[in-house]
Write a protein that binds this ligand. Structure first.
Ligand SMILES: Cc1ncc(COP(=O)(O)O)c(C=O)c1O
Length: 481
């Protein structure tokens, strides 16, 4: 009998090749240990509500009313819901054709796309066209749609930062394209050097690859840096010279922890540059309701904005989006609210500000506790998390630990992270899942565990790490940058 089409040997090789470390070996082992009754602290995914973050009241009130519109006819609705949430729910329902149970336009509700455009205008000071904004089921779906539009085969290359969020490597593998890595510089606070970029492109071209796009993740995952304006200018100039689309993953734009390193959007820097660059460089930038102080990962809401993309291509992207009929409609409403939160003078304004500030300030403190905690450990160095939700310490593994890992057939940082998991219940992601320089090791944690648990988590990390180093260190030094 020949193998059946869905037998393992028959399935798409690209599916087998693609890897997603955030839910990889460590996560699977952590889930097993949890089933066995061990207490696990899941710090592998930026999933704030799973670690106890409370939802903001106003967006949930609005969406609850949209989900149960009969409540709007109840004479007591005003006792349970503030008047501005009621008004906003009516507003969003009026934008739909049939409420949340009906498909929307495949690009998303026009009224919400208009709210996104207004937000972008306010953020950047430049107009944005709702026709060039598509709402998606989380930013991930949008990234996949755009990469699918760019990649025709293995000769198409996409420049991706290393370390990177594995959505990019996995999707490029799935689509049969080629990932062209460029390294972020740890000693320069994870900034990037345009000369290295040029080298990466030249090497790829030498191998016959047409480099078509460049991905930036700003603020960075897993690295937590905010790109400076100067760096963004260099990147856009580089994209102009090399004829590359810039894919600006900006899902962490609300997660900023250092006032002197604000988030600056790629769209603003592109427009500031003026013609010819502002009229020529193709840019697609992404946002999400999963991050920021919303953290509504389970709702699956996102958008992308296209700049300098010709109408025929925009239509093709629309056609492909329409194969999936419609993005999630409740998530579109979360996106609308994220774009247009309660304003000063609105009944819900003070509560909204109190809740969102509370989350952001706590994240800022947690980022500090984590960085300081890691830097107090033996053979661990860590840049401060300027933005996003992660800490990415470098673990300088002694050669004997590297040898021990090899003996059990494990990548050294996987070996370290597994031992950390078994000893403490802390579930992290090894740096190798994001890419790192040869011979340098990291792990990634989120900064999301509850603030009150943080000191104990860092104590237990330090105890494990320092004992691990004691066990494996000898006088031969250890791996370092
Ligand atoms: C850099 C980056 N981009 C995109 C996403 C996906 O976001 P979404 O939940 O909107 O699909 C994540 C999720 O962690 C991320 O870290």
């Amino acid at each position: 009998m020949p193998p059946k089409p869905l037998d393992y040997e028959s399935i798409n090789e690209n599916v087998k090749k693609s890897q997603y470390a955030v839910r990889g070996e460590l996560y699977l082992r952590a889930s097993e240990l949890q089933k066995e009754g061990k207490k696990i602290i899941f710090t592998n995914v930026g999933n704030p509500h799973a670690l106890g973050q409370k939802p903001l009241s106003f967006p949930r009130q609005v969406v609850a009313l949209c989900q149960a519109p009969f409540l709007l006819d109840d004479p007591n609705v005003g006792l349970l819901f503030p008047a501005d949430a009621i008004a906003r729910a009516k507003h969003y329902l009026s934008l739909t054709s049939g409420g949340l149970g009906a498909y929307s336009d495949s690009r998303g509700l026009p009224g919400v796309r208009k709210e996104v455009a207004e937000f972008i205008l306010k953020r950047d000071g430049y107009p944005s066209d709702p026709e060039l904004i598509y709402l998606t089921d989380g930013a991930s779906k949008g990234v996949m749609q755009i990469l699918n539009t760019i990649i025709s085969g293995q000769d198409d290359g996409i420049l991706v930062p290393v370390p990177q969020y594995p959505l990019y490597s996995a999707t490029i593998s799935l689509l049969g394209g080629t990932l062209v890595p460029y390294f972020l510089e740890e000693t320069a606070n994870w900034g990037l050097d345009v000369n290295d970029l040029r080298q990466s492109v030249a090497q790829a071209r030498y191998r016959g690859i047409t480099v078509k796009a460049m991905v930036i993740i700003n603020p960075g995952n897993p690295t937590g840096q905010c790109l400076s304006e100067a760096n963004l200018v260099e990147i856009l100039r580089f994209c102009y010279e090399e004829n590359l689309v810039l894919i600006g993953d900006e899902v962490y734009q609300q997660n900023i922890y250092q006032d002197e390193r604000p988030f600056i959007s790629s769209k603003k820097v592109l427009m500031d540059l003026g013609p010819p660059i502002s009229k020529e460089v193709q840019l697609v930038s992404f946002h999400s309701v999963s991050k920021g102080y919303y953290g509504e990962c389970g709702q699956r809401g996102g958008y992308f904005e296209m700049t300098n993309i010709p109408p025929q291509t925009v239509d093709e992207i629309y056609k492909v989006a329409s194969i999936s009929l419609s993005p999630n409609v409740p998530a579109q409403i979360f996106m609308g609210i994220m774009m247009k939160p309660p304003q000063p003078g609105d009944i819900s304004h003070d509560q909204f500000v109190r809740e969102s500030k509370g989350i952001l300030e706590s994240l800022r403190r947690r980022a500090r506790i984590m960085t300081d905690g890691f830097n107090s450990c033996r053979n661990v160095v860590c840049n401060f998390t300027e933005g996003a939700m992660y800490s990415f310490p470098q673990i300088r593994l002694p050669p004997r630990a590297i040898e021990a890992a090899k003996q059990v057939g494990k990548v050294p940082d996987v070996f370290y992270c597994l031992k950390l998991l078994e000893a403490t219940g802390i579930s992290t992601v090894p740096g190798s899942g994001f890419g790192q320089k040869e011979g340098v090791f990291h792990l990634r944690t989120t900064i999301l565990p509850a603030e009150e648990d943080m000191p104990a988590i860092m104590d237990s990390f330090k105890k494990f790490n320092d004992e691990f180093m004691e066990q494996y260190e000898d006088n031969r030094g250890y791996s370092r940058l």
